[in-house]
Design a protein. Structure first.
Lengths: 136, 136
C-alpha cells in the first residue's frame, strides 16, 4: 500500500493528485518548489517503475514544469531525483531565479528555506491547484 | 544544427550515442557520473522537447541508470536537470555511495572532482560502451 513518507509529509503541503503522482508544495516560500511522488509502494528508483508509469511520470514532470513557468516565470526549471535522505521515490521540480539564495548552485543542501505565512501558503496552493486543473 | 556546448565538451569524454542522446562521462573518477544530452538544437528545458522525444529521453535515462547500477553497484542513483550554468539541456545520471564526498548532499557544487588517469578513463569508457551495447 502506498503511504507518503513521513518527512515528505512534514515538509510539504498537498497540491493535488495527478494520474500517477501526488503533487506536493515544499514549505519554502523563497523558491517555487514542487515534489512529485509516484503513488506506488516500495519504489526507490525511476527504473523500478514500469515502463508505462515512467512515461506518465515524464509527462507529469513536464506538466509541473509548465505550471511553475506559467505562475512564477522563473529563469530556469531544475528537475531532480535524489533520494539520498528520503528513500521513497520523489522528483523535485523547482523554479529557479538568478536572484535566489542558491543560484547557480542547486537548492538542495543550500540552507534553510523561508516558511510561508498561513495566507501565503493557502494562496499558493489555490493558484497551483487551479493551474494543474487548467493544464489537464 | 546540434553542437555540444563547449563546457560540456571540456568536462566530459564521449561514451556513445543513443537514439536521442549523446552519452558523456564526466571526468571525475570519484563518482560514476554520466551526462545525457538530447541531440536537438536550441533546447534548454525538458518541456521544450516534443512529447515523443521526452519519452525516449526517459527511457535513455532509465537505461543509463541501469548501466551505472550494473557496473558500479551504487547505493542510490541521482538524476538531475539543472542547467543554471550550462544552458544546453543535459541530464545528469550519477551513481551515489554513502561514502562519496558529498553524501547525502548533491554532488553538484560539492567541490572539485578527482581526475581520471589516462588508463582509468579509457577503461571506464570501454566498460560503459560495452554495457550500453548490451542494454540495447
Amino acid at each position: 500500500m502506498f503511504v507518503l513518507d513521513q518527512r515528505l509529509t512534514e515538509d510539504t503541503a498537498v497540491v493535488c493528485a495527478l494520474n500517477l503522482c501526488s503533487v506536493l508544495l515544499m514549505k519554502d516560500s523563497s523558491v517555487p518548489w514542487l515534489i512529485l511522488v509516484p503513488q506506488r509502494a516500495g519504489i526507490r528508483e525511476v527504473y523500478e517503475l514500469e515502463a508505462g508509469e515512467r512515461l506518465v511520470l515524464m509527462e507529469e514532470v513536464a506538466r509541473a514544469s509548465l505550471v511553475i513557468k506559467a505562475i512564477y516565470g522563473p529563469d530556469k526549471i531544475n528537475i531532480g531525483s535524489l533520494g539520498n535522505i528520503v528513500a521513497q521515490l520523489h522528483l523535485h521540480v523547482i523554479g529557479r531565479f538568478r536572484t535566489d539564495r542558491a543560484w547557480p548552485g542547486p537548492v538542495w543542501g543550500s540552507g534553510e528555506g523561508v516558511p510561508y505565512s498561513k495566507e501565503g501558503l493557502e494562496m499558493s496552493l489555490m493558484r497551483l491547484k487551479k493551474a494543474f486543473e487548467g493544464s489537464a
